[in-house]
Write a protein that binds this ligand. Sequence first.
Ligand code: NCD
Length: 301
Amino acid sequence: MKNLISMRDVSSEDILKLINLAVKIEKKEVNVDFTGKLAALLFFEPSTRTHFSFETAVKKLGGNTFSMSGTSSTSVKKGETLSDTLMTISMYADIIVMRHVIEGAARFAAETVDIPVINAGDGTNQHPTQAMLDLYSIQKTQGSLKNLTIGMVGDLRLGRTVHSLSQALSDFNPKFYFASPSHLQMPNYIKDDLDKKGIVYHEIEDIKEVMHELDIMYVTRIQKERFAVLEDYEKVKDSYIITKKLLEDVKDNFKVLHPLPRVNEITKDVDDTEYAYYFQQARNGVFMRQAIITSLLNLKY
Ligand code: NCD
């Protein structure tokens, strides 16, 4: 792997290798040295966890970063093309991490520059490093990625994390429940991929009836900023609110995951239950991102 653009390009072997490396990095069983390495973190869209966990990941291992958050202080404002910006950045950095509002922007970046590119989210399309840290979190809490029953809840159309995660899990024989408002269902191209692999998925509106079956519930935010008409968002914004009460008869191994940020889709009383795992999930992101950079830059350990 030279770049990480889409989970569609990542084999189950690659996934397991990255998880194994993240485990070793977290347990400090290996010493990866990023000293002298420079990562460019280019965020054309807002970010908290992805941006700061990449920064943490690089800096904790002795490397350095430079960052862009929005375009207001860059030459993009003067009309510079994305390709010229990327070419210039590639003259300075060893690796580019990029989040962009346009689907396909990361693939374009990878085709433009010679250094490795990591997609940190491209519009509604993909968010592969999130999927990798989600898989790491699933492996840690369930002991395996195989044969799990996973409920994905919320905005499955515009939320990119569920696209990457469902594709990534499809090599591990999952059973999916997709719970969303009818206008925000999982896109057909994802469902077609699942159909081709013979994966069982059920599209439902009410998550309550399947709670007792789930190993993982992956909750997502309704993607307000991606709605063209605000009233359409207002109609669906409270479709799913996960409360402590909803978790009454879940399995012992059950965990709630969320890529964060949450708005109102998980109430605060869930945080104190043994099922809440979303903040540990964010922490896992640092080790997984260290593993990804190590692998793409071919660093010795
Ligand atoms: C997600 C994203 O940017 O797609 N956030 C993240 O990276 N953890 C989820 C979201 O914004 O809803």
